[in-house]
Design a protein around this ligand. Structure first.
Ligand code: COA
Length: 166
């Protein structure tokens, strides 16, 4: 990649950009979603549905949602959770910090704007992206047996806002 880090723009995904984001999702991940699900996320939680652009072209995205549920830590404690639903960067733009930048911006928004108590994601046990999450201080909480449609297990990884490394 020729472009410098400064040339990367992270901003909220616009409704008219959904097809481009869906295309990156199809290229990068076997977990694909309907147009309506992308629309639902972008309209309801715009500050944590973000694109990364280089020279006006979307090269990566992160999609998150805000949920309520029992805490992963406290017994029967009802909390607000940030759920990282999907993240991807086009193969030719990887390993330049774009994924990390998307994660950091979304996590900051979840903590400071949506005021979540916990942040979580699921990741295939075989996916090296775990390393990215561990660098941000996500911890593996448990294995979700057969979580994916092909039968692969997932790690449930959780971040507590107080442990977020900027
Ligand atoms: N292989 C090895 N290490 C990886 C990795 C991979 N595929 N993806 C991320 N990492 C680790 C590296 O340790 C890297 O740190 P380093 O640069 O200090 O070595 C760190 O994560 C951050 O990488 P970064 O450049 O910020 O991320 P990226 O722009 O390459 O994007 C993904 C990371 C995961 C979004 C990208 O690899 C991708 O789109 N993968 C396919 C889709 C996917 O698996 N999404 C996650 C589903 S849970």
């Amino acid at each position: 990649m020729q472009e410098s880090y400064e040339a990367i723009l992270i901003e909220q995904i616009k409704v008219e950009e959904i097809p481009q984001v869906m295309e990156i999702n199809r290229i990068c991940l076997p977990e694909n979603y309907s147009y309506y699900y992308f629309h639902h996320l972008i309209v309801n939680w715009p500050r944590v549905c973000l694109s990364a652009k280089i020279n006006g072209k979307i090269v990566g995205y992160i999609l998150c949602r805000i949920e309520k549920g029992f805490s992963f830590f406290g017994l029967l404690k009802w909390v607000k959770k940030g759920h990282i639903v999907s993240i991807a960067v086009l193969p030719q733009f990887r390993n330049h910090g774009i994924g990390t930048a998307l994660m950091k911006r979304a996590i900051n928004e979840m903590i400071h704007y949506y005021k979540v108590n916990e942040i979580f994601l699921e990741v295939r046990v075989s996916n090296p992206a775990q390393r990215l999450y561990e660098k941000l201080n996500f911890k593996k909480l448990k294995v979700l047996k057969g979580y994916y449609s092909d039968g692969e297990d997932a790690y449930l990884m959780v971040l507590q806002p107080s442990e977020f490394k900027i």
